[in-house]
Write a protein that binds this ligand. Sequence first.
Ligand code: CP
Length: 320
Amino acid sequence: MPLRMTMTNATTRHLLGLRDVPRERLLGLLESAAMLLPVVEGAEAAAAPLEGRLIANLFLENSTRTRVSFTVAARRLGAQTVDLLGGTSSASKGESLVDTARNVAAMGVDAIVLRCNASGGSHLIARHVSCPVINAGDGTCEHPTQGLLDMLALTRSIGTTDLSGRTIGITGDVVHSRVARSAAYAATCLGGDVVFIGPPAMVPASLEGLLDGLEGEGRGDVRVCHDLDAALPHLDAAMMLRVQFERGAAITGDYPAMYGLTAARAAMLPEHAVVMHPGPINRGLELDDETADGPRSLIMDQVTCGVAVRMAVLLEQLGA
Ligand code: CP
């Protein structure tokens, strides 16, 4: 278990997104997280390299997995946590995001983990506080620890972090999805190709420009497809997305028939292909029960990997 990772330069201060994260940092975080998995799974005793450190979880938008996962990760490492939730904070009285973060930082916390519905919110507060900021999902922008945990679960199931020649299908409400963006940045950084699948309103052609400015040796491509049945036989992983009704997503009555991954439709995947979903699932809409809970599903692995990834990120950010 890596007890000491050091912040080497400004590029490792904060974790705000995966768009600009170099491949070496991505691989380092995945390697560190993989080494921490036995602790998460209870097979190895936990050390306490972050004993005496205090991490503030600012969750101004609802969460189950990410908030509990960051708390478990911090406590596994010996750190203490303090939670500020949207409904009980003075944000409900109109206090700004920056003022909220500056006040919490002024109490001497060692890091801020931020979930908010403002796209770019974590970038904003990182300019106003002196402690590390970790983006736990900001609006429709990015969800970097979700992207990392998706890659950890996927690469462990494949057996390599080199995704060259692999295709990851990301299906559903891509236009509203910070999960899709972070997963696409990470998967293509590892050499994989991503195909965004869904109706044109959720998967506009403009998404093919997502990687503009990022072209580099070995990076995979992204493309758009509106026909799930045509794409399925070519996928190594089928990542299904939640329809984000709270962000204004609207579906037509034929959405489940066109884009829901039923057991019958999952049979069109290659035998080795896996099924993923970030949660929370709208069962019967994005996935049926048999597919969500079946042998191809990595969904619970994703959750377990999430704790290890967040431990690795906390160690990186707190220089322990
Ligand atoms: N995947 C995810 O971010 O879930 P929560 O919204 O429950 O944290």
